[in-house]
Design a protein. Structure first.
Length: 317
């Protein structure tokens, strides 16, 4: 900030996070201190990772759907006069054998260059983005950021914005749904199998220290917060920072595991495109909280795209 409190802008950036389930874009003015002013925050559920776990390839119809979403995001970024557009892909693009074809096609059509992040890079940028709204400049603080994506789940530990360790695990809400939880409600044996699989994958995680501030990002967490708050319309100012207790997550999970897909879609806070994978995300969150011995977790609707903003500006707030 300038001495008069105004933002000393160095760049207007559009950051696009191409996830397994959702494509998100934030357009913001960023200054050298890492302070940001958000102009647009967009998301669309494109389900890029549909079928990737089984076929290791992006399906033709998904290819076109994601391409159309990115074309619209490019139009919005141009309209906002973004000086730079940065785009990163995560689990689905890491796993897809035809990712190079997808990346070339998007660059040829739209001029957008997509960087495929490693699991470690994704975890670090998500950590930086998530903790940015919880920092207290008067003290050092330990953070743990849990990111439950469509294809993978990341846990990153750090002090302030400095990452100390991170793990990327091959379990996500889309992957678990396609492999095991294929019906709503799932059969009892499917729930047992899914729980055992999640516990197996998360078994490498250790307990976090009691003084660590735990933050959860991505659609499962923000949807749970909106349900807990009974929001008629999504409001990031109420969702971000909301504390979810283990008991609350368990209660909502228990109420959803017997619902049909149509019943889930009727819940006002649930996006219809997310309805089929929400139970899987809740199960991953529950088991992660058990494994890490977390009684509560703060919700953030920031994450990777905000970390990309800060990296692009050459600053970590």
């Amino acid at each position: 900030m300038g001495c008069d409190g105004t933002l000393q802008i160095i760049m207007r950036i559009a950051a696009i996070d191409i996830g397994t389930n959702t494509i998100l874009m934030v357009i913001a003015d960023v200054d050298r201190s890492g302070a940001i002013r958000v102009l647009r925050d967009e998301h669309v559920i494109a389900r890029l990772g549909k079928g990737v776990d089984e076929r290791r390839s992006i399906l033709p119809e998904t290819f076109e759907r994601a391409s159309a979403c990115l074309a619209e995001f490019k139009r919005i970024a141009d309209e906002a006069r973004a000086e730079r557009i940065v785009a990163c892909g995560t689990s689905a693009l890491r796993d897809a054998s035809n990712r190079s074809e997808f990346i070339r096609s998007i660059h040829s059509k739209l001029g957008i260059e997509i960087t495929v992040l490693s699991g470690g890079e994704e975890a670090e940028l998500t950590f930086i983005g998530a903790v940015s709204e919880f920092l207290d400049p008067r003290k050092e603080q330990d953070f743990a950021v849990l990111d439950i994506g469509g294809g993978s789940t990341e846990l990153t530990l750090g002090k302030n914005t400095n990452v100390l360790s991170g793990q990327s695990l091959d379990v996500g809400s889309v992957r678990l749904t396609e492999r095991i939880l294929k019906t709503s409600p799932p059969a009892a044996e499917s729930l047992v199998r899914a729980t055992e699989e999640v516990r197996r994958v998360l078994g490498v995680l250790g307990k976090v220290h009691d003084s660590t501030y735990a933050i959860g990002v991505a659609g499962t967490l923000t949807t749970l917060a909106a349900i807990d708050l009974q929001l008629p319309v999504y409001d990031r100012t109420k969702v971000s920072g909301h504390l979810l207790t283990f008991e609350t997550v368990q209660r909502i999970y228990d109420s959803f595991r017997t619902k049909t897909l149509d019943e889930i879609k009727q819940v006002p806070q649930v996006l219809p495109e997310r309805a089929d994978i929400l139970l899987a995300g809740m199960l991953i969150l529950l088991e992660a909280m058990k494994r890490l011995r977390l009684r509560k977790i703060a919700v953030s609707d920031r994450g990777l795209r905000f970390g990309m903003l800060m990296r692009e500006a050459g600053s970590k707030r």
